[in-house]
Design a binder for this molecule. Structure first.
Ligand code: MG
Length: 464
């Protein structure tokens, strides 16, 4: 299994593709990169590190610390910490950057590193190229001066308190929600209880040991949430929440014990933020929302309902964030359960997602299933086709030609838009595959779109 290196960092199987040498060299490359971006003559600032609960986390932590110290930086270690917590704390503690030790929703034998800028966002594409140049050519700038390591175990409180300031705590408290959670033995187990207790929720949870032994496939998609659905029904809870191991993505189970799908996580958050923002500002100023090209049309419907302006970016958290900054969006995100709320973080954040959804329920006095039912629902189908990397672009060109009579967007791969749905075809950055997504008002129609695209792809390339 090869190492996956992309804009979101590096991931691999521990002691297989992600070896001690790879981790050490990435830490030294990042330390060198941070020193260079700080400018000559400046003292190397402290670099924050946090990790998810994987069993290999401690091993990776040791190597990362050694690498950063070798480049002259001191290290602030916040221990087990969700990705959004580290993003926030990087700004809050005025550190020179951060490394998050996580492989997100990948299985437990995986681990990885995500690299953060001092402003609490991930490195830009250009910065990643620069980091990779240092890594690949071993242009490490080692320093004789050694910094120290400070452990800050309670740092997440500042982050959670900021979230509490961003929502109507009293309204949520008054509703006395019963909330059940599936932490999948990830970082949510460490950080989430404080937030929900402060919101006056009665909480019960499953998979609560932060030991990194994932109780099920940790990607928070409906098929992996069976256990939580049963738990919601049995405990007669108002809502169920599931976070992935580094708690940037959020999935929701309704009071009926049904996983509402991650597209609805973002749709509900956007709808709530637009409805509450409308009351705060004059209608003459249009609110801006940014989602990626593969996110549901529900967001278009919601934006037109509230007169907000929707922008779509290429797929990938960094692309969404860049566009959000450019247009000054009030909210944005990705349809995989990634809510981005700039008032807290310019990154996907399950905690602000939970707080906003609870506020929505409290203020509207509606159940989750009613809130979902108030927005027209679509069906999304996905598939992938093996395709050698060098054939991906020719395939996309051919698909573009085949659908040249339709409305086409080529910002990221090829997106074909029809009055009642769309299909999005992209090459993967990390695997030799073409991904196809389609959305329509019925499952059959979405499958039909997938079939048509698949037919074109295989017809023109003979790739099966
Ligand atoms: Mg994640």
């Amino acid at each position: 299994m090869s190492l996956k290196i992309g804009v979101s960092g590096v991931r691999g199987i521990i002691n297989d593709s992600l070896t001690e040498e790879v981790i050490s060299n990435f830490a030294k490359a990042y330390g060198t990169f941070v020193s260079a971006s700080m400018g000559p003559g400046l003292e190397p600032g402290p670099i924050l590190i946090g990790r998810d609960t994987r069993t290999s986390g401690k091993f990776v932590r040791g190597i990362v610390i050694d690498g950063l110290l070798a480049t002259g930086h001191s290290v602030i270690d916040v221990g087990f910490a969700p990705t959004p917590t580290v993003l926030f704390l990087t700004k809050h503690l005025k550190s020179a950057g951060a490394i998050i030790i996580t492989a997100s929703h990948n299985p437990e034998q995986w681990n990885g590193l995500k690299f953060v800028r001092p402003d609490g966002t991930f490195l830009t594409k250009e910065e990643v190229f620069c980091l990779l140049d240092i890594y690949n050519n071993k242009k490490f700038k080692l320093s004789g001066k050694k910094g120290g390591v400070t452990e800050k175990k309670d740092a997440s409180k500042a982050y959670l308190d900021a979230i509490l300031k961003a929502v109507d705590v009293q309204a949520i408290k008054n509703a006395r929600f019963k909330v059940v959670l599936d932490y999948c033995n990830g970082t949510g187990a460490v950080t989430t209880p404080y937030l929900l207790e402060k919101l006056g929720c009665e909480i019960a949870a499953i998979n609560t040991s932060p030991d990194g032994k994932f109780a099920h496939n940790p990607e928070p998609t409906p098929k992996n949430l069976e256990q939580l659905c049963v738990f919601v029904r049995e405990s007669k809870a108002d809502i169920g929440f599931a976070q992935d191991p580094d708690a940037d993505r959020l999935a929701v189970v309704s009071e009926k014990g049904i996983a509402i799908g991650e597209e609805n996580t973002l749709a509900l958050a956007v709808k709530h933020v637009l409805s509450k923002s409308e009351k705060l500002k004059a209608k003459s100023e249009k609110f801006k929302v940014v989602v990626n090209l593969s996110t549901s049309r529900m967001i278009d419907d919601i934006c037109s309902e509230f007169g907000a302006q929707l922008f779509r970016s290429a797929v990938g958290e960094t692309n969404v964030v860049d566009k959000m900054r450019e247009v000054g969006a009030v909210i944005g995100g990705e349809g995989n359960g990634g809510v981005i709320y700039p008032a807290i973080n310019f990154g996907r954040d399950s905690f602000i997602g939970m707080a906003l959804l609870l506020e929505y329920m409290a203020r509207s006095k509606k159940k989750v299933s009613d809130l979902v039912g108030s927005t027209k629902q679509y069906y999304i189908e996905k598939t992938k086709i093996d395709c050698p990397q060098d054939k991906i672009n020719p395939v996309l060109e051919d698909v573009k030609k085949a659908f040249s009579n339709d409305k086409i967007n080529t910002t990221d791969g090829v997106k074909i838009e029809w009055p009642d749905g769309w299909a999005h075809i992209r090459g993967s950055n990390t695997e030799p595959v073409i991904r196809i997504m389609a959305e329509a008002l019925t499952k059959e129609q979405a499958l039909e779109y997938i079939g048509r695209i698949k037919g074109e792809v295989t017809k023109v390339t003979n790739v099966t």
